[in-house]
Design a protein around this ligand. Structure first.
Ligand code: SF4
Length: 351
């Protein structure tokens, strides 16, 4: 399969609502029939034409005989952490594996962290996925289907109410499919999320940040992780192309809807970027922005040796930001026991 696979022509899950209407029109069906089928697939999550009880049998038959299918990702395994986080491993039609994480939030809802690529090309040094390299981009259908399919892994009283593009891959490296998937996730007859419940996280692809701002009013998160170009060049090679100044200039222009803030993720690597001096530089860099900082003590994986900073160091770093009025939270590490924490996603080789 190529690095940018074409959507499957016969998979209804790969179709936008307009394309589904065209496909069914070619079979002699009116627009409202396509809308019924669309709702069954994306709002109700059915995978079997026979479950579409208000769709005439003759049409269901035509779809089966025409070789049409539903579903692009297949749940292979769900692991549940002691803290309620669930890691869902999906198998794709070409045999590749991706992961998605369901994070329990107050009120019985879940935030889903979706993947946008198989592996990642960005090579951030603190990230397990980065160590895998990029195998291929996901199609829009494969991204959306992670959300549709993961509902089965949520307890009956819960629901997925926020989607964050922070799983495997750099979403803005796969811009077109990600933009299309956002459009599908927000369709009111399908998954029906609002843009304000979607967050795209990037390592800092500047031209695509500008493009995203013109495309969809979603929340933006920047994976910053350093306060000098010298350190950021080392831990995030993307910085050599778009250094901190260029990144922040583009972020300052991002058309944030009123009352929303930009999120800056900052993985704290012991002895690398976690000093008081770093905290003070961070304050300076973000001065004047509607921003919040999410501090993430590094999650170990069997890769290069960084150190997780002590809890005291993390608190001291956070205090410096808070004392100057910057919203700064420490991400509670979830799913560590099932390798579902930030930077840990990716299929492990068999033992
Ligand atoms: S942190 Fe994100 S962008 Fe960086 S290597 Fe990992 S998945 Fe890719």
């Amino acid at each position: 399969m190529s690095i940018r696979p074409a959507p499957s022509e016969r998979s209804l899950t790969e179709m936008s609502r307009d394309r589904l209407r065209e496909t069914l029109a070619a079979l002699g069906e009116p627009k409202y029939r396509a809308d019924q089928v669309y709702k069954w697939i994306f709002a109700r999550g059915v995978r079997d034409f026979d479950a579409m009880t208000d769709v005439p049998k003759a049409l269901r038959q035509k779809l089966v005989e025409g070789g049409y299918t539903i579903g692009r990702v297949y749940v292979e395994r769900v692991r549940e952490s002691v803290d309620g986080t669930r890691k869902v491993q999906f198998r794709l039609s070409d045999g590749a594996a991706i992961e998605s994480v369901l994070i329990p939030m107050p009120g019985g809802v879940f935030t889903q962290c979706v993947s946008s690529q198989v592996g990642c090309a960005m090579d951030c040094q603190f990230c397990y996925t980065g160590k895998l390299g990029l195998s291929r981009h996901l199609t829009a259908g494969e991204i959306v289907d992670q959300v549709v399919t993961a509902r089965a892994a949520v307890p009956p009283e819960g629901r997925i109410d926020h989607v964050v593009y922070m799983g495997m891959g750099e979403p803005l490296h796969n811009f077109d499919a990600v933009a299309e998937s956002i459009g599908s996730l927000c369709d009111k007859d399908g998954v029906a999320l609002s843009h304000k419940r979607i967050t795209v996280s990037t390592s800092g692809l500047v031209p695509q940040i500008d493009k995203l701002g013109q495309t969809a009013p979603v929340n933006l998160a920047i994976s910053l992780n350093a306060t000098t170009n010298e350190v950021r060049d080392r831990v995030m090679p993307v910085n050599k192309r778009w250094p901190i100044e260029a990144l922040l200039e583009s972020v300052r222009k991002y058309p944030l809807p009123p009352r929303r803030k930009l999120t800056f993720e900052y993985v704290l690597l012991g002895g690398v970027n976690d000093s008081d001096e770093d905290a003070r530089r961070l304050l300076k860099l973000l001065r004047g922005m509607a921003a919040r900082v999410n501090l993430i003590p590094w999650n170990p994986f069997s890769g290069p040796a960084y150190e997780r900073p002590s809890d005291e160091r993390v608190r001291a770093f956070q205090r410096i930001l808070l004392n100057r009025g910057l919203t700064a939270t420490v991400r509670v590490t979830k799913g560590l026991d099932i390798d579902a924490a930030c930077g840990q996603l990716g299929e492990r080789p068999a033992a």
